[in-house]
Design a protein around this ligand. Structure first.
Ligand code: HEM
Length: 414
């Protein structure tokens, strides 16, 4: 296995990681990163196999303690963050994961989510109403839409909404590699304040339930042993964060991709003018945007027991209990062994089993909601300015790779 170092936080890599990922996929599809201390996988079929392999998991704590691993004690500055991480479904493994996920699964089924279409259309119409024909589509549409939708779904009142984005940004900073003490403090403070706000809402729902997800979860918690209050709060924070971060970046990524491809832009604009937002072309186009520019390019897994992993092409990789692997979904999504012409944007691509929502146990619970929001947002945007062009002279991304997205995207009618 090759040993090298991938500078994930290099602004040039964040700006456009795809050429480097292509090079690595060809020359070092599995490599040991000496600085991050992880084995990286870049090919589609290897990533897909590892995501389905129960010898890997998102959490190691049910297998080994930090002491047993020889890890230094956790930094007390990030204790509130670590406590939160230990309680939400994304970082739990079965049976706890199964219990937590089944409590909320029904809120996110395709049919329950479909009932939100009209409401989402209303929110998008409102957001675009005063926007004119030259505006920052990130600030006007892509960012506020998913924040408002997930806040309404949970039942977070308007007064608290302005805080959701800053809290979430501080928390997700610790999902990046190579964060510092200032980030730990900011994330921990955000967890504490966020929890405090949610605790207040839980108390209110105990007195008077409403038609929202927090009320549903309070009912489960009061009914018995399936959910503790601490788990309820941690999972609500997870939904509020996961429920918007990637959708914001998926939406701006889609509009950016269209701005760089006139034929695709014209095709989808014509579709928007003549067909509804759930037409076949809109559905395949959203999948293609999500494949083409992956909003969450990389996820990690812990190795839960020693084993030899054989890649699809026959290389044998020894994985040791307590190590981490980094799975490059963004690279798998451009792997020519899986996708024909992977670097071209083909809006009607029909074979499109991308990795963007993950695979296996932790497959994104919010995928139907994210798809719906993107269909409505793109459709209304293209109806408003079908012949748009980019106004940004330089593209500026946030400084993380794990949650990769533009800070703004200025567009104008041609
Ligand atoms: C374009 C938008 C989205 C993308 C790209 C995305 C991507 C993902 C991915 C890749 C995972 C699995 C993580 C892993 O493999 O380790 C995941 C899990 C999750 N996502 Fe999403 N997501 C999106 C939108 C949403 C929305 C709208 C929600 C709404 C609540 C949501 C909630 C969650 C939750 C709760 C999990 C954890 C599931 C589990 O552990 O069983 N996501 N997401």
């Amino acid at each position: 296995m090759k040993r090298l170092h991938l500078k994930l936080n290099d602004p040039a890599f964040i700006l456009n990681p795809y050429p480097k990922l292509e090079l690595l996929r060809d020359t070092a599809p599995v490599f040991w990163d000496e600085v991050w201390g992880k084995t990286f996988f870049l090919r589609y079929f290897d990533i897909a196999a590892l995501l389905r392999d129960r010898r890997l998991g998102r959490s190691l704590s049910n297998v080994l303690s930090r002491d047993e691993l020889g890890f230094p004690p956790q930094n007390p500055l990030q204790k509130p963050f670590d406590d939160f991480q230990a309680l939400h479904m994304l970082d739990r493994e079965p049976p706890d994961h199964t219990r937590l996920r089944s409590l909320v699964q029904k809120a996110f089924t395709v049919s329950r989510v479909e009932n939100l279409r009209e409401r989402i259309e209303g929110i998008v119409a409102q957001l675009l109403e005063g926007a004119g024909t030259s505006f920052d589509v990130h600030g006007v549409l892509a960012e506020p839409l998913p924040v408002q939708v997930i806040a309404e779904l949970l039942g977070v009142p308007e007064a608290f909404r302005a805080q959701l984005r800053p809290w979430s940004s501080a928390i997700v900073k610790l999902y990046e590699l190579g964060y510092g003490e200032i980030d730990m403090i900011a994330a921990s403070n955000a967890v504490l304040e966020f929890s405090e706000m949610l605790r207040g809402l839980v108390e209110e729902r105990r007195i008077k339930a409403s038609d929202d997800l927090i009320s549903d979860l309070v009912r489960v918690e009061e009914a018995g042993e399936r959910l503790t209050e601490a788990e309820l709060i941690a999972n609500c924070i997870l939904f509020l964060n996961a429920g918007h971060e990637a959708t914001v970046n998926g939406t701006t990524g889609a509009i950016l991709a269209l701005s760089q491809n006139d034929d695709a832009r014209d095709l989808l604009a014509t579709e928007a003018a003549t067909n509804p937002n759930n037409s076949n072309l809109f559905k395949t186009a959203i999948e293609e945007f999500l494949r083409f520019d992956t909003p969450l390019p990389m996820f990690e897994r812990w190795v839960l027991e020693d084993f030899e992993f054989t890649t699809k092409l026959g290389e044998v990789v020894l994985l040791k209990k307590g190590q981490e692997v980094a799975l490059m979904y963004a690279s798998g999504n451009r792997d020519p062994r899986k996708f024909s012409n992977p670097d071209s944007l083909e809006l009607s691509r029909s074979e499109n089993a991308h990795l963007t929502f993950g695979l296996g146990t932790h497959y994104c619970i919010g995928a139907p909601l994210a798809r719906l929001e993107m269909q409505v947002a793109l459709h209304s945007f293209l109806k408003k300015i079908p012949d748009f062009k980019l106004e940004n002279s330089d593209l500026e991304y946030g400084n993380g790779f794990v949650i990769r997205g533009l800070k703004s995207l200025h567009v104008a009618r041609i």
